[in-house]
Design a protein around this ligand. Structure first.
Ligand code: ATP
Ligand code: MG
Length: 321
């Protein structure tokens, strides 16, 4: 659905996007991440046919974004970072105007505008002036606009920016519900949202591609320790025996909450999964285990690690570029 090869964008000598390549398959929801100024919005603008690149190639739904920008705009629903809404228009009036611009007309156009207002939860606002809406509702109008011509691909630049937690959840549910019909490229700074919504993550840093993988793989293979939480009861020196397992960096005993159970947290070297070893040890020592939970680093850890170590590629797992 998206095919980007060696894409570069320079603004007056400053390189905003630096030779990036990636693909997005139909039906995927891909999170586009990176710190401020990484080049996310720039890439999204190019992919939506609104800005030319300096060099490289990009196609969307089989159309070249440089040479076939009209077809590209028909295939893409783009929600820009700062949606240029007409504040003096009413919601329904604006969406009908936008739908007509995108080639819809008559009964089908009116029905579709009704549908997207329903989908984005703004039907009650249809007679309100856009200028009088709260930020969250304006965001929804922009989302309805992006959806109105049923584009195969949605390119959403921080769609949940400025929304309250309830609205963020609603947008997330909306994205999930339309997943079967649309491919989505979504930029956001809310990493939890990406973990819960996206099939894959593309991470930019200073215009370069830093990672391209599933959220699970990114966090699993991150070179930082994982934690193993245990609740155990049994004879002998538990802490000492656990600490002797290969791969354990540190063993901490937590305060006892429910006698006779004791809680331990093992800090484990990257690449080690100690759960089997702990079970074997417990059987041998005749310990009882009532809880064992492996805590992987989350996407936020990956994000910080990639952003901090941008100049030190050795710190980054091999599958990460
Ligand atoms: N119109 C422009 N003219 C000159 N430089 C620009 C322009 N737009 C963006 N830039 C620069 O290009 C770089 C990438 O900007 P971009 O807006 O793509 O980043 P971003 O990843 O979307 O950041 P944010 O998370 O803050 O939205 C930044 O250094 C920015 O200052
Ligand atoms: Mg941006």
């Amino acid at each position: 659905m998206i095919d980007v090869e060696n894409l570069t964008k320079q603004y007056a000598g400053r390189t905003a996007v630096n030779n990036i390549s990636f693909k997005v398959e139909p039906g995927e929801i891909v999170g586009f991440l990176g710190p401020n100024g990484a080049g996310k919005s720039t890439t999204m603008r190019i992919l939506s046919g609104y800005m030319p690149a300096t060099s490289g190639r990009a196609s969307v739904a089989g159309f070249d974004v440089f040479h076939q920008s009209i077809q590209v705009r028909q295939s893409v629903g783009y929600m820009p970072e700062m949606a240029p809404l007409y504040t003096e228009m009413k919601v329904k009036e604006y969406l009908r105007f936008r739908a007509e611009l995108k080639g819809l007309s008559g009964h089908a156009m009116r029905r579709r505008v009704g549908e997207v207002m329903e989908l984005t939860g703004i039907s009650d606002m249809r007679r309100r002036l856009i200028g009088n809406l709260s930020k969250g509702y304006r965001q929804r109008v922009a989302l309805a606009d992006a959806l109105v011509h049923k584009p195969g691909l949605l390119i959403l630049d921080e769609p949940t920016n400025g929304l309250d937690p309830v609205q963020i959840r609603q947008v997330r549910d909306l994205l999930r519900s339309i997943k079967s019909k649309h491919t989505v490229l979504l930029s956001t700074h809310i990493l939890q949202e990406v973990e819960q919504t996206c099939d894959r993550v593309i991470m930019l840093h200073q215009g370069r591609l830093r990672a391209n993988d599933t959220p699970e793989n990114l966090t699993r293979q991150l070179r930082s320790t994982t934690l193993l939480h245990l609740e155990i009861d049994g004879p002998g020196n538990l802490a000492e025996k656990l600490a002797a397992l290969p791969g354990v960096r540190k063993t901490t005993e937590e305060p006892v909450i429910a006698q006779p159970w004791r809680r331990f947290t093992l800090r484990v070297e990257p690449g080690h999964d100690l759960r089997d070893a702990v079970l074997e040890l417990a059987m041998k020592q005749k310990w009882r285990i009532r809880e064992m939970h492996r805590q992987l680093p989350n996407l936020e850890d990956v994000f910080v690690e990639l952003s901090m170590n941008a100049g030190v590629p050795t710190d980054i797992p091999t599958h990460v570029l």
